[in-house]
Design a protein around this ligand. Structure first.
Ligand SMILES: NC(=O)c1ccc[n+]([C@@H]2O[C@H](COP(=O)([O-])OP(=O)(O)OC[C@H]3O[C@@H](n4cnc5c(N)ncnc54)[C@H](OP(=O)(O)O)[C@@H]3O)[C@@H](O)[C@H]2O)c1
Length: 351
C-alpha cells in the first residue's frame, strides 16, 4: 500500500510532537509536511530531540511550503493548532488542497469544530468562529461512542472530555445513574501546552495540587452535549478540575447516586461488556493508575460502589488517548484501517 501523505499543523506544540512520534511508526501514513508559524526552517529534531532518528534533517515549513506539498490524491491532516486559530487555518488548507486536487481527511484536536453551531462555540470561547461554513463537515465524539461517522472530518473532544466521557457514558447509557454526575479530574502540566503561564508554569505545578475553574470549566458543557449525542440523555455534570504534580496523564473520578444497588463486580462486568469491542478501554479490578497508561492510547477504568452510590475511575494519557492517539485512532477509522493501527504500543510504566 502506498503511504498517505500526512500534514501536521501547530508543529512545535506538545500534541504535534506526540503526533509526530506516533506517525513515525505508522505503516500507512507518512509525514509530508509539518507547519510551524514560529519556527519554519528549523529542524524538527531541534524542537523534538527524541525524534531525531525518525525525522533526520527534516524541517518545519511555513504555510506556502506546506501547500506546495499538496499533490493530487488522498492526504491526511491533523490540526494541533490552538483553538481560535485552527478553524481558519484548516479552511485555508482545505481551499489550497482543493486547488491541488488533494482530498484531505482532517482530524482537529483543537476545540474549534467541537460544537455543531458557531453561536454555541462563540458563547463558550468568546470569539467569532474562524470557519462556520465547515462545522457541518465535522463530527465530534470519542471513537468508542460513535460507531460510524457520516462526515468527512473529525473534531477530537479533548483530554478531560475523553476521560470524563469514557467514565460517564456507560453510567448514563445503562441507566445506572440517578440524578447528577459529580466529577473530579486531575491533569498533568502538559495539558496546558508549551507556553508557560502564571498558573500553568511547571514550578507552580510541581509538588503541588490544586483545583481550578471549579464547577465552571468550559469543557463541561462539551461533555454533557457529547454524552447526550451518545446516549440520548443529557446529564447534569458538576466538574472540578485539578492540576496534578506530574507532566502527563489524567485521572478522573465520576460519582453518582445509583438507581438501585449494584455490586461493584456486577458493574465491572457491565462496563466491560459495554466496551467489549473497544480494545483501548480496559476495565480493571481496584482503582486504575496513571502510570499504567502513560505514553499509550489505552484508558483504564475502575469502579467502586456502596449502598446507593457509584464511583467510576478513568485514567488516560492526556497527550495520547486525550489528543494525538485519539486523533490517530479516528484517522485510521476514517481512512478505512483497523483503528488500532500504529497505536498498540504499551504504556511506559515508569516515567
Ligand atoms: N496538551 C494537551 O494535553 C491537549 C489535549 C487535547 C487537546 N489539546 C489541544 O490541542 C491543541 C495543541 O495543544 P498543545 O498542548 O500542543 O499546545 P501548544 O504546546 O501550545 O502548541 C500549539 C502550537 O500551535 C502553534 N500556534 C500557536 N499560536 C498559533 C496561531 N495563532 N496560529 C497557528 N498556530 C499557532 C504553535 O506552533 P508553531 O509556532 O510551530 O506553529 C504552538 O506550538 C490545542 O488546541 C489544545 O487545546 C491539547
Amino acid at each position: 500500500m502506498t503511504a498517505i501523505p500526512t500534514f501536521v499543523l501547530g508543529g512545535t506544540g506538545y500534541v504535534a510532537g506526540e503526533l509526530l512520534r506516533l506517525l513515525a511508526q505508522h505503516p500507512h501514513l507518512e509525514v509530508a509536511g509539518v507547519l510551524s508559524e514560529s519556527q519554519a526552517g528549523t529542524p524538527i529534531s531541534s524542537v523534538f530531540p527524541q525524534l531525531q532518528d525518525s525525522y533526520g534533517d527534516a524541517a518545519f515549513c511555513d504555510r506556502e511550503h506546506l501547500y506546495e506539498r499538496f499533490t493530487a490524491g488522498r492526504a491526511a491532516l491533523f490540526s494541533a493548532a490552538p483553538h481560535g486559530a485552527s478553524a481558519a487555518l484548516v479552511a485555508d488548507c482545505l481551499a489550497r488542497a482543493t486547488q491541488a486536487g488533494t482530498e484531505l481527511t482532517i482530524v482537529d484536536v483543537s476545540a474549534d469544530f467541537r460544537y455543531a453551531d458557531a453561536a454555541a462555540y462563540e458563547a463558550v470561547y468568546g470569539q467569532a468562529h474562524g470557519a462556520p461554513e465547515l462545522l457541518a463537515s465535522f463530527h465530534c465524539a470519542v471513537p468508542e461512542h460513535l460507531a460510524v461517522s457520516d462526515r468527512p472530518h473529525v473534531a477530537h473532544p479533548g483530554c478531560f472530555a475523553t476521560a470524563l466521557l469514557l467514565a460517564s457514558v456507560p453510567l448514563v447509557a445503562l441507566d445506572l445513574a440517578a440524578g447528577d454526575l459529580h466529577a473530579v479530574g486531575i491533569t498533568g502540566s502538559t495539558g496546558s501546552g508549551r507556553t508557560p503561564g502564571p498558573g500553568t508554569h511547571h514550578p507552580e505545578r510541581h509538588g503541588n495540587l490544586y483545583a481550578y475553574k471549579a464547577l465552571e470549566h468550559r469543557h463541561a458543557p462539551e461533555v454533557t452535549g457529547l454524552c447526550a449525542a451518545a446516549t440520548g440523555t443529557r446529564p447534569t455534570l458538576h466538574f472540578v478540575p485539578h492540576s496534578g504534580p506530574f507532566a502527563r496523564g489524567i485521572h478522573v473520578t465520576v460519582q453518582a447516586a445509583l438507581r438501585e444497588p449494584v455490586h461493584a463486580d456486577e458493574l465491572r462486568t457491565s462496563l466491560a461488556e459495554f466496551y467489549a469491542d473497544n480494545e483501548f478501554i480496559q476495565v480493571h479490578d481496584g482503582t486504575p493508575r496513571v502510570k499504567a497508561v502513560t505514553g499509550s492510547n489505552y484508558c483504564h477504568l475502575g469502579v467502586a460502589t456502596d449502598a446507593d452510590g457509584v464511583a467510576v475511575f478513568a485514567v488516560i494519557d492526556n497527550l495520547v488517548k486525550g489528543a494525538a492517539g485519539g486523533a490517530l485512532q479516528w484517522m485510521n477509522r476514517q481512512l478505512g484501517w483497523p483503528e488500532s493501527t500504529g497505536l498498540r504500543t504499551p504504556a511506559v510504566g515508569w516515567v
